[in-house]
Design a protein around this ligand. Sequence first.
Ligand code: GLY
Ligand code: MN
Ligand code: MN
Length: 545
Amino acid sequence: MASKTYPAQKHVIKTFAKLVELLPAVEQNKAGQYRPQIILLAGEVTPFRNDTDREMPFRQESNFYYLSGCRVPGSYLLLAYQNGTSLANQPSSHLFIPKAELADIMWSVPPPSLAEASATHDVTRVDHPANLPDAIQELVKAFPGALVHTLPTSRLFPTIPSQYTASFLAANAHVTEDYLLTALHRARLIKDAEEIELIRRANQISSRAHETVMRVLGQGVRGMIKRGKGAGTDRPLLPSEWLIQKEAEAEALFVASCRREDAEHQAYLPIVAASTRASTLHYCCNDREFAWGPVQPNDHKNCNDLAHDHERVLDPQVLLIDAGCEWKCYASDITRTMPVGNGGKFTPEARAIYELVLEMQRLSFEALKPGLHWDAIQFICHRTLVRGFQRLGIFKTPDSPNSGSWNAEEAILASGVSSAFFPHGVGHSLGMDVHDVPSASKPEKNETIKHIEFGHESFYTYLRLRLPLEEGMVVTVEPGIYFSPHLLAPVRDSKHIDQEVLKRYESVGGVRIEDVVVITKDGYENLTTVRSDTEWVERVCSGEI
Ligand code: GLY
Ligand code: MN
Ligand code: MN
């Protein structure tokens, strides 16, 4: 394998080992021998949009890429393994890539030749799909009684044409879709060094894109973005003239920055939410102007009368950007919350909330190490939020007027009221997909572990990871605090909340800070390089540096 080649064969060995572990004894052995295991996978095909005769963006199916390292549309993969034989250390890995047709060459870019594909893929053999039926026949002859695994029949995975599965059925082979996806998710949960480097690269590109947006905001504050002669009327604006004054402009710049560094895809649709829209966790419109004039606590539509005033002064507000590109099928997932208006500085209330979210993240980081249950990180975040809200006066303390022990920290935690402000999980596994390997991220019976302090069951409702950490896991750490009118409605008369103090903070909308880390032997390494400390963020967003 050439040194830069994606290590597919290592992933094949790991996946077969997980697969065999999952099998009931009767499926593992046949006639006193280890039973041969075969995997057949279809890769993604190029999607087309109706009546355009033009391809839509192609993205290889994650599991197919994991086992083949192949990003050629319309490919297939046939794998064979048998414990106790030479195939255990060197499974056969047969990749089928489409043959170049004249029409491909004329209209588009043809697939690589067999020789080119052999040189760049970590597989044992490369062929054209026309030879797949024969290859299947050969395998079933060589391995009678083999168990054949496919991914579930679902719109989530590319379909294997029936002519190929029919060859197995004609040979009386047992085809099952019960085990492969679980095995793949379990294998993919722990990343190897090559995968970590791909995730690192995605995070570096996305980190620079976040910083680019912040710096352009800062240049706008300093009046450094000027329209040259005729710009916007006689001619379009040049990138150096792009002032960011609405969500779409921030999104465009983020995506452009990733694309100019060769990232083909975003790992998910960017979330670009200004003002109180930052309280919508997966806001997806990215189509509103920044807020001009006073922001009302419940103003989600930015339709206040001053929006088009002649004296357009940006209202102090936050801009929350949760966005990350992918690099060669590996994701990043980064959130930064930045000050807009107010000369590029946070208001005192926004700064207090920002620093509290930073503290939730810092205390989470300090706890990260193999063996620690992820539920414990969720609890740390809620405890930090409760303590912080008590300091700010949003939550009462036993010493508040007309208060008592029911406002002790433990009692507030047990009430679950903090879930109205931090409703989501503190993070998730990340890898080829942004919410990676869901079936391997939670135990089948999803009970919160009992040996940590627990708080309230609502803390764990949307937690996507419910496992002890292991070296090589890649996870996001993304605490947030939100003031969503919808989530606050049920706690409006909570005895723990000082509603007058809360009102002062509601126009902050929401703050989330999200980094991607890899769990190491004794702690963690942060793969996100864009800074988030308050001083740096304010200095950049105000154009001071
Ligand atoms: N970008 C979605 C998330 O943070 O989970
Ligand atoms: Mn995330
Ligand atoms: Mn995110």
